[in-house]
Design a protein. Structure first.
Length: 388
């Protein structure tokens, strides 16, 4: 490790004379007789320091970052610093042709300060909305990074229908995919319900169970409609017509799933790319509440220790499922450095992919989050060609 410094008045990144010449992101460190007041301990290897990691966030998130209300993001940055890297946090508009304008965390001050750096070795996308990813500043930033060959980890959010189409391209994944399709009208839902008896209707862009319905057919065309808010009986599916017209929805056949003490459960699997493939970082379990349509904790689900169901899971099959899925996602969407997958377990221990998320939420399990931080800075180092 060596110590480098940042001069706020000139925007220079410097190292002490005699310590050598080092590349820093797309730029280089300037030799100086002495270091300024803002200093950072960084890893030095092969004539480079860092890695310098860009973290792309929404412009609206910056005030919360500066006020110390982005705790998870701060934990990622602290972990990166501990491993000898530096993060520059910016909105898309801060990505320039040759430099980034944003904020760096200064350990000695325990706060963020405004700074600029050369273009980074790798950029981690944590922009919070699909709409923002589609706007001009983000698209311009992504194009600039691509022009310089800078990896952009997790280019965009996933749509459920796009994920399904991507995974369907690999026949080895077919046994793990539940029949799924976009829907345009209530008649589409009616046809699926007639075929399967029980289906889920989901917002194509939804997350954390938002817009989720479970429909179960009853005699004489009646339907039980369950949502995170409760259960109701529909005399006709036509009552759902305004909802189906409101945004993009998909329909998915329900699986006959395993239960734990009479409650449905599913796996939350966190995965990261490492040395050319995706491997499992951690496995969480979410248990549905009584008469609950979803296992999401946000909607009343609970966290179950993985040890309670571990003997029911074919971990070798799960590892292979994650590796195959990650490969297909990266082929379809570009570099997918991390993802989480909601995996159902069937009565006969089959594994079903419910959803895959490009920007995993924070896991309730502290051990999984600790391992996630390690895997993230390993990912950044590998992408920056600084892997041990």
């Amino acid at each position: 490790m060596i110590t480098i410094g940042y001069r706020r008045d000139t925007g220079e990144w410097v190292c002490e004379e005699g310590s050598g010449l080092y590349r820093f992101g797309s730029g280089s460190l300037t030799s100086a007789a002495s270091l300024p007041d803002l200093t950072f301990a960084v890893r030095a290897q092969g004539g480079r320091v860092g890695p310098l990691v860009g973290i792309l966030i929404s412009a609206s998130s910056i005030p919360a970052l500066l006020d110390g209300r982005k705790r998870w993001l701060e934990s990622v940055i602290r972990s990166l610093h501990a491993a000898g890297g530096i993060a520059i946090v910016s909105a898309a508009a801060g990505i320039g042709e040759k430099a980034v304008s944003g904020y760096v965390f200064v350990p000695s001050l325990e706060r963020f300060v405004e700074a600029s750096t050369p273009l980074p070795d790798v950029v981690y996308n944590r922009v919070k909305s699909r709409k923002e990813e589609q706007n001009t500043p983000f698209q311009t930033a992504a194009a600039r990074l691509a022009a310089h060959g800078i990896p952009l980890v997790n280019r965009s959010f996933f749509r459920k229908s796009d994920v399904y189409d991507a995974l369907r391209a690999d026949r080895r994944l077919w046994p793990h995919l539940l029949p799924t399709a976009p829907i345009d009208t209530v008649d589409d839902v009616r046809a699926w319900l007639a075929q399967y008896g029980c289906v889920y209707v989901k917002q194509d862009d939804g997350s954390r169970g938002s817009g989720l319905l479970r429909l179960t057919s009853l005699p004489e065309a009646a339907v039980i409609c369950e949502s995170p808010r409760g259960q109701t009986r529909l005399g006709s599916l036509d009552e759902l017509a305004p909802l189906v017209r409101s945004c993009r929805y998909i329909v998915q056949a329900a699986a006959d799933t395993d239960t734990w003490n009479g409650h449905r459960y599913d796996l939350r699997v966190l995965a990261h790319w490492q040395r050319g493939c995706h491997t499992i970082t951690g496995i969480g379990v979410r248990l549905a509440g009584t008469q609950s349509v979803t296992t999401h904790v946000f909607h009343g689900g609970t966290v179950l220790p993985y040890t309670e169901v571990k003997e029911r899971i074919d971990e070798q099959a799960l590892e292979q499922l994650i590796a195959l899925s990650g490969a297909r996602l990266s082929e379809q969407f570009g570099l997918v450095g991390e993802f989480s997958a909601d995996i159902g377990v069937g009565r006969e221990r089959q594994l079903y992919i419910y959803e895959i998320n490009a920007k995993p939420m924070v896991f309730d399990e502290s051990a999984i989050e600790a391992e996630r931080l390690k895997r993230l800075h390993q990912l950044f180092a590998e992408l920056a060609h600084l892997a041990p």
